[in-house]
Ligand binder design. Structure first.
Ligand SMILES: [Zn+2]
Length: 388
């Protein structure tokens, strides 16, 4: 899995005049190339376009060679995206205009990094700029990460920042060769519940943010019933704030979940495949949470991403009846649940009701291996499954 991270470096450059002019010229180049593509009537490949625009970019606009290449690549990219949107009937053929606020650099070609200095190719050749190297950045700058195409960005305060794109290939463990699984159930009474093959479990409540969610949803109801213009404006503002709060919470909780997985030597995390959630009417609580369904998907994707960084794989399992299935005998019934407890009407197995989902997801993730095997997708397991 390719892990990417953007590290924002604050640059210490008292005189921004040269950078301003460089970004300005770069943008001028982008707009020139954009006009050429527009007149051609359809996007061209980078190489073909390069031949047409290169002389003007170099001689008239004064861009350095590498900058010209970046300009062409970036404009080609935008028009390819436009073309896709046209095919999807979302927009029409139009000329794209760029505003001078950012500029792309390629590592090793027109930017270098050395201790606390960034070397940038400007209109007047290579210049070195000091940046503030904080301790939290060390892990990305110690040589274990590669640098990709990065952006020089002028923030609203007039200061330049370098958005350094770091990439690293993380090897995740093969599902077929794994022995310890963990199921994560999202959005029941608790924000998330995790249970491992070794029957270790933990509840994640999301702390204060869960109450906030209720406070906001009440406030929203009050505002909606008012329906005035100022109330509507307030509502939009609220969504933005609420969104940020929930994203913060998702970041925190996903981090805790992955830490818990690491502590318990988990190889694979099972998550519910919620892509069909809107068609399902299994549990009302889950439905209520899906009012915030983006938050739901966000939490899952954060878990996937953070697990990948630690070499832990993730699989998505069928979410049907995870809260009504007996994890011991697989008997499915609504009557298995009695408020806070789960008692299987078939085999008598009993458990805390909030744990059932996570247990079943763990067990489905474990059997996922055999599904792969039957489909001939992978090699047979090399290690026997532990049944501790
Ligand atoms: Zn049972």
């Amino acid at each position: 899995m390719l892990t990417t991270k953007t590290v924002i470096l604050k640059m210490d450059c008292p005189d921004t005049d040269l950078l301003d002019r460089t970004v300005q010229a770069y943008t001028e180049g982008m707009n020139y190339v954009s006009a050429v593509v527009y007149k051609l009537g359809k996007p061209r490949g980078s190489a073909a376009l390069q031949k047409i625009v290169y002389p003007t970019l170099r001689e008239q606009i004064g861009l350095k060679s590498q900058m010209s290449c970046n300009v062409v690549r970036q404009v080609t990219g935008t028009y390819q995206t436009l073309q896709k949107q046209i095919k999807a009937k979302k927009t029409t053929w139009q000329q794209i205009t760029y505003t001078p606020s950012t500029m792309t650099f390629s590592f090793g070609r027109d930017f270098t990094l050395d201790r606390d200095e960034i070397g940038l190719t400007t209109l007047e050749g290579r210049r070195k700029y000091h940046f503030f190297r904080y301790s939290h950045m060390e892990q990305y700058l110690d040589g274990s990460w590669k640098f990709g195409a990065s952006k020089l960005v002028k923030h609203q305060d007039g200061t330049y920042y370098f958005h350094l794109c770091c990439e690293r290939e993380t090897k995740t463990r093969e599902v077929m060769e794994s022995s310890t699984f963990m199921g994560v159930d999202v959005g029941q009474t608790f924000l998330a519940v995790a249970s491992t093959t070794d029957k270790k479990c933990r509840f994640f409540c999301g702390g204060k943010a869960k109450d906030l969610r209720n406070i906001y949803s009440n406030m929203r109801k009050r505002l909606q019933s008012k329906g005035t213009r100022s109330a509507k404006r307030m509502l939009n503002h609220l969504s933005g704030r609420e969104r940020r709060l929930m994203t913060d919470m998702n970041h925190r909780v996903s981090k805790e979940i992955v830490e818990f997985a690491v502590q318990n030597n988990v190889d694979v995390i099972g998550l519910e495949d919620l892509s069909g959630i809107r068609d399902r009417t299994e549990t009302s609580k889950k439905q209520r949470y899906t009012h915030h369904s983006w938050a739901f998907f966000e939490l899952q994707s954060f878990i996937e991403y953070k697990a990948g960084e630690k070499g832990i794989s993730t699989v998505h399992v069928d979410p049907a009846y995870t809260s009504q299935t007996c994890p011991r005998c697989n008997h499915i019934s609504k009557n298995n649940r009695h408020r806070k407890s789960f008692v299987c009407e078939c085999c008598g197995h009993s458990l805390h009701a909030d744990l059932i989902g996570a247990r079943n997801i763990e067990s489905r993730a474990r059997t996922y291996r055999y599904t792969l095997e039957v489909q001939g997708c992978s090699q047979p397991p090399t290690r026997e499954l532990s049944t501790r």
